[in-house]
Design a protein around this ligand. Structure first.
Ligand SMILES: Nc1ncnc2c1ncn2[C@@H]1O[C@H](COP(=O)(O)OP(=O)(O)O)[C@@H](O)[C@H]1O
Ligand SMILES: [Mg+2]
Length: 362
C-alpha cells in the first residue's frame, strides 16, 4: 500500500531503537526522517537480564514489553513531531526486542506489547515478524536480505551487504542470481560487553581501545573453533550463542584486556571475511550497514581482509548505515499489509514464502 510507514529496529546491541519515517509511494523509497532513542539504563539492564532464565520472568517480560511499547511510542512521537505535515501513517513495522532466539526449538521471542503500541500511537502496528518463518521450519532470520535485494541489488555488479549490528549478517546479491544470506556470528555485542566491563563505556569508539592492543592468535583460534562458524547456512545467531559467558569460557585468565578487545575485533572481521570467501566469493563490492559501519578500526580491518573488493558504507548507495535495518522493517510492514511474503526461503530455510508479522489494527 503506497504511503508513509514507520520502521522501528532495536537489535541485539541493546543500544536503543532506530526509527525511520519513509514514503514508499516514491520508488524505491523516500526517507522522510530518522531518530534514535536510547533505552533507559533500567530497561537495558532488564532486557539484558531477560536474555537468560530467571525468577518471575513471565511477569518481568510482560512489563518489559510494555515499557518497550512506551519507548517505541516516544520514538514515533519524536519522528512525527519533526514532520508536522504528515498526519497519516499506514503502519508501524516494529521488530521488538529479541530476548530468545531458538529456531531449532521452534521459537524466537521479540518482546513488545504490539496492542499497547497500537493503542498509544493510534496507528496499525505490525510486529512479531520472525515467528511465522520459524513456524514454517525456517530460522526466522535474517529477514533484511529481501529488503537489501530490493534496494541495493545491481543488474551487473555482484554485491554483498554486511549488517554490523550486535550480530553480523550477510546478504549475497549476485546479479540475476539467487539472493542468499545468513548470520555470520558476533558483530558488536562482544566488543560492547567487553568495553562496558573494562572501560565502563557502552562501546569502544572507533575501535581505538582494540587498536591499542594486539590480537592473541591462540585465543582467536579457540573462539573460531566454535561449531557455529563451521555450520552451513541457513543459520542464525543471537545472544543465546554469543555472550560474555561464551567469551569467558575461552579465556585463559592472564590476557591483557586491550588484547582481548583486539582479538574480538579480529573475530568479527575474520568471520565476516570467511563467510564472504566461502559463500559469495564473486562479490566485487561489499557495503556495510548498522552501527558497526561507524567503527573505523573494524572497517579498516574488513577492508584489508576483503581486498581487492571495494568496501564502503551503504551511505555510498544513498542509504545511511544506521537507517537500513529500520527501513527493512518499515518495508516488511508494507509487505504484510499488502499480504505479500517477506521472507526468502533460500535465506531462512523456511518451507516456502510466508506473509510475516502479527497485525494490530489502528
Ligand atoms: N563510532 C563507533 N565506534 C564503534 N562502534 C560503534 C560506533 N558507532 C556505533 N557503534 C556500534 O554500533 C552499535 C549499534 O549498532 P546497531 O546497528 O544499532 O546494532 P543493533 O541492530 O544490534 O542494535 C553500538 O552498540 C556500537 O557497538
Ligand atoms: Mg541498535
Amino acid at each position: 500500500m503506497p504511503g508513509f510507514y514507520i520502521g522501528l529496529m532495536s537489535g541485539t546491541s541493546l543500544d536503543g531503537v532506530d526509527a525511520v519515517l519513509v514514503d514508499f509511494a516514491e520508488a524505491p523509497l523516500r526517507l522522510v526522517g530518522h531518530c534514535h532513542q536510547a533505552f533507559s539504563p533500567e530497561l537495558r539492564r532488564e532486557l539484558l537480564a531477560l536474555n537468560q532464565s530467571g525468577g518471575d520472568e513471565l511477569r518481568r517480560a510482560a512489563l518489559a514489553a510494555n515499557e518497550l511499547a512506551r519507548t517505541y511510542c516516544s520514538a514515533v512521537h519524536a519522528l512525527l513531531a519533526a514532520h508536522p505535515g504528515i498526519n497519516a501513517v499506514n503502519a508501524i513495522g516494529c521488530h521488538g526486542q529479541t530476548v530468545r532466539h531458538r529456531p531449532f526449538d521452534g521459537y524466537t521471542v521479540q518482546l513488545v506489547n504490539g496492542a499497547l503500541l497500537a493503542e498509544l500511537t493510534g496507528t496499525t502496528v505490525v510486529c512479531d515478524f520472525r515467528s511465522r518463518d520459524v513456524a514454517a521450519g525456517g530460522q526466522g532470520a535474517p529477514l533484511a536480505p529481501a529488503y537489501h535485494a530490493a534496494v541495493f541489488a545491481h543488474p551487473r555488479i555482484h554485491r554483498a551487504i554486511v549488517n554490523l549490528g550486535g550480530i553480523a549478517n550477510l546478504t549475497d546479491l549476485p546479479p540475476g542470481g539467487m539472493v542468499t544470506g545468513f548470520d555470520c556470528g558476533p558483530g558488536n555485542l562482544l566488543l560492547d560487553a567487553w568495553a562496558q566491563q573494562h572501560l565502563k563505556r557502552p562501546f569502544d569508539e572507533n575501535g581505538k581501545w582494540a587498536q591499542s592492543g594486539r590480537a592473541i592468535p591462540a585465543l582467536l583460534e579457540r573462539l573460531l573453533g566454535d561449531e557455529y562458524f563451521r555450520r552451513a547456512p541457513p543459520k542464525s545467531a543471537g545472544r543465546d550463542n554469543f555472550n560474555p559467558g561464551w567469551l569467558a569460557r575461552h579465556l585463559g585468565g592472564g590476557e591483557a584486556a586491550a588484547d582481548v578487545q583486539a582479538t574480538l575485533l579480529a573475530l568479527t572481521a575474520h568471520t565476516i571475511a570467511q563467510a564472504i570467501a566461502n559463500f559469495c566469493a564473486g562479490a566485487r563490492e561489499v557495503y556495510l550497514c548498522g552501527g558497526g559501519a561507524r567503527n573505523r578500526a573494524l572497517v579498516e580491518l574488513l577492508a584489508q581482509r576483503l581486498a581487492p573488493r571495494m568496501v564502503a558504507a551503504t551511505d555510498e548507495l544513498g542509504v545511511a548505515a544506521e537507517h537500513v535495518e529500520a527501513l527493512a522493517f518499515a518495508w516488511l510492514a508494507c509487505c504484510a499489509l499488502d499480504a505479500k511474503p517477506g521472507n526468502l526461503p533460500a535465506v531462512t530455510g523456511a518451507r516456502g514464502p510466508r506473509i510475516l508479522g502479527a497485525i494490530y489494527g489502528a
